[in-house]
Design a protein around this ligand. Structure first.
Ligand code: SF4
Length: 263
């Protein structure tokens, strides 16, 4: 039903973005959404190439501004399922303002961040999610900034569905996207990805297989922690963190317009 455009992709060997893109397509397919009612919007970066490889309605926009374009699309036609794919720098540095305000409004957009801890496309600069002390092209002596927890940021700003998966935990990632798409409001799903070319090489993380193994060994599902809280120590939390529907922005906006016009 869904078709991947027959373009040769230009992601590096071992990049995690292809797996994450696959989970997006599978989630849309599993929910049986009509392709004509889905729009994929992206900004700039390695992650933002993903929609271009798909046979959907897609919009490739400017760096950090995907959510601004997506907000316009959703306002113009609230029936559409609007999905935004961004990278970590794209979403939380250049586009950080759009992220917090889209979350605050609780507009019905499913936002998926492919987080590889670094700017890949532009040459390996550190981003707001590069771990403290890690190396990047622009942090040759180690990063001194404290990284964002993107899920905490989105939830704090008002997102009504929040979760984190990884390129290793693909079935979980797909399920989180499905649930995000079902939420009538702003959904934020972070997908931990791999950039063997820059983050991996600069931090001596080994090849893509070793980076996948790291995700396998160092992530723990929040569901497991309910029974075994001691398993949280030094682990990356994954799974569904927050699911609390609230009034959605375009619907609330329509109520106000209707009231005004009826006066
Ligand atoms: Fe993937 Fe990194 Fe290559 Fe970009 S630079 S395609 S994120 S491996």
């Amino acid at each position: 039903y869904f078709r991947v455009n027959r373009l040769p992709h230009i992601w590096c060997p071992g990049c995690g973005h292809g797996t994450l893109m696959n989970t997006v397509v599978r989630a849309i397919d599993k929910l049986g959404l009509n392709k004509d009612e889905v729009v994929l919007v992206s900004g700039i970066g390695c992650s933002s190439r993903a929609p271009g490889y798909l046979d959907f309605n897609t919009l490739h926009t400017t760096h950090g501004r995907a959510l601004a374009f997506a907000t316009g699309i959703k306002h113009a036609n609230p029936k559409l399922h609007v999905i935004v794919i961004m990278g970590d720098g794209d979403s939380s540095a250049i586009g950080g303002n759009h992220l917090i305000h889209a979350a605050r409004r609780n507009i019905d957009i499913t936002t998926i961040v492919f987080n590889n801890n670094i700017y890949g496309m532009t040459g390996g600069q550190y981003s707001p999610t590069t771990p403290y002390g890690d190396f990047a092209t622009t942090a040759p002596f180690g990063n001194i900034d404290k990284p964002f927890d993107l899920c905490n940021l989105a939830q704090g700003a008002g997102a009504t569905y929040v979760g984190r998966g990884t390129a290793y935990h693909a079935p979980m990632m797909q399920k989180l996207i499905e649930n995000g798409l079902k939420n009538k409001g702003f959904s934020f799903i972070e997908g931990l990805s791999l950039c063997p070319t820059y983050y991996g090489r600069k931090n001596k993380k080994g090849n893509a297989v070793k980076m996948h193994t790291f995700l396998k060994d160092n992530c723990v599902d929040v569901k497991v922690l309910e029974k075994n809280p001691e398993k949280a120590e030094n682990k990356i939390l994954i799974g569904e963190f927050y699911n609390n529907p609230k009034p959605e922005y375009t619907e609330s906006y329509q109520v106000i317009i209707d009231k005004f016009q009826n006066k």
